[in-house]
Each structure stands twice: as C-alpha cells, then as structure tokens.
Design a protein around this ligand. Structure first.
Ligand SMILES: [Cu+2]
Length: 267
C-alpha cells in the first residue's frame, strides 16, 4: 500500500485508515514532506536506534532556513506505563465537522516557548527524527530517518498519542481525539475549513492558494497541477483509493511491505 498518496498539501504521515489523521501541520513545519518522493513507501528496511547523545543540525533541502531541532539532552529515561483502559469509547471526528482541534493548537502555541508541550517544540520532535538531526547508533555519518523503515508506525503512533494527550489536557477534555481528514470521500476532498480559515490556529499563509477550496485535493499530485474538472478529479481520486486499498492490496501484501498490510489489519 502506498503510504503517501501525495495530496496537494501534505499534512501528516500518521495514517490510521484510508483517511488520515491531521494531527500535524507539524509534518509541513518540519520540512518532512521534502524527504518523500512521489513513490516513497514505508519499507521494512533495517535501522539502528538514534544515537541520542549526538544531535546535530537538521538536513533540509536547499533554500530552507537552517533549523536546530535537537531536543534537550538527558540521561533520565522514564518508562512509559500504559494507562488503564478508558470506559468510554473515544471517537475521531471528521475534520470537516466542528471540532476542538484548532482551540487545542491555539493553546499549544500560546505556551511558553520552552514548554515541551509548545506547538513548535512538538514540531521539533518530528524534525529531529525525520530530518537527519541524529546519526544511527554505531554508524557515524549514517543519518537516522524514522520514515522508510519499520519504525515508521511505532514512532508515529507514540508521537500522535502524546500530541493528542497534550491537546486534551489543554482544553480540559480527556475524551479529545485528533480529527481525521476523510479525503477518500467526495465530500471530504477539499482542505478542511480548519486550515483555510484565516482566524484558525491551523491557518498557514504559505499554503498554495491554488489548492484552497473549492479546489479538490489531487491524490495523485506530483507537483504539477492537472486542472481537472471537479467530477474528473473526484473520479480520479476514487479510482486511486480503490486501486491502493482494494485491487492491489493482495499483490502489495506479497511484497516486502508485508508488515504494513498486517499492521493495517491489527492496529
Ligand atoms: Cu513523520
């Protein structure tokens, strides 16, 4: 299965269903999108742990401002303890429906800059693990890259898990869940209002104006605008989703991405 069916604007890699969680404009902030080619897949390539004792400047494409996203160094490691199972089922809302995500991000951005829950601090986590701030343990000069390896799913699961907890805490709603962008349904094929409303904490003026509503997302976008009619674009998108999720899934599971297929069924 192709993990990154590239939309006109990449928002996240945290994929839960054919639709995606939109827990991050973090991905865009960290420059992560630049590390993916149009054919990038989450391979089960071997990878060593990051050497967290050595953190250096992130590697960004030419023209992108230098960013130091190294987290504070520490030797104190806390073991994560799984909290007791909640009694109530938490349901993810579709991003096009009213939700409290922008309020949570507004509060994250209002936190002191050095607060680890601050939005930019959270963005830096992704940057550090995705943009070459670390080398792999025992391999000097071999950059650690959480994407394109078996770590893709575990890393993002935990990343989104804690991000979501911070959001819920800040808005005092333990039942809070990050919305998902249901771009595989015709009614969800525009960028959600949450991101296009200039008063929203999720608004970013750098997003391409040509890709704003009523323009539909192109799930096969390859940095070229195809200018299809709405009905052609909808039909193309649905065909892509069908091909990726249904008709080629058997073949894909027979390849080296087998672990992804299994993960999809059990997560
Ligand atoms: Cu990522």
């Amino acid at each position: 299965m192709k993990v990154h069916a590239k939309p006109k604007m990449i928002m996240t890699t945290a994929m839960q269903t054919p639709a995606k969680l939109i827990g991050e404009t973090l991905e865009t902030l960290s420059g992560a999108a630049a590390t993916f080619g149009p054919n990038s897949l989450a391979f089960a390539n071997p990878i060593m742990a990051p050497d967290i004792t050595l953190c250096g400047p992130a590697t960004f494409p030419e023209g992108v401002a230098a960013t130091n996203c190294c987290p504070p160094s520490t030797t104190k490691i806390l073991d994560f303890k799984v909290p007791p199972q909640a009694n109530t089922l938490r349901v993810r809302p579709a991003a096009h429906l009213p939700n409290k995500y922008n309020k949570a991000v507004e509060l994250m951005k209002a936190l002191p800059e050095d607060d680890p829950r601050n939005f930019m601090q959270q963005a830096r986590i992704h940057c550090a693990y995705c943009d070459g701030a670390y080398d792999q343990l025992g391999f000097q000069d071999l950059e650690f890259q959480v994407h394109a390896s078996w770590l893709f799913y575990p890393f993002h699961r935990y990343y989104v898990y804690f991000f979501e907890k911070i959001c819920g805490k800040l808005i005092d709603d333990p039942s809070f869940t990050i919305p998902f962008w249901n771009w595989d349904a015709p009614d969800g094929m525009t960028i959600p209002h949450l991101y296009t409303n200039k008063n929203s904490s999720l608004y970013d003026s750098l997003r391409d104006a040509k890709h704003q509503p009523p323009s539909l997302v192109d799930l096969d976008y390859n940095e070229v605008d195809r200018n299809l009619s709405p009905s052609e674009q909808t039909s193309t998108n649905l065909n892509i989703m069908y091909r990726q999720m249904v008709s080629t899934s058997k073949t894909t599971c027979d390849t080296r991405q087998n672990f992804i297929c299994k993960s999809q069924t059990i997560l």
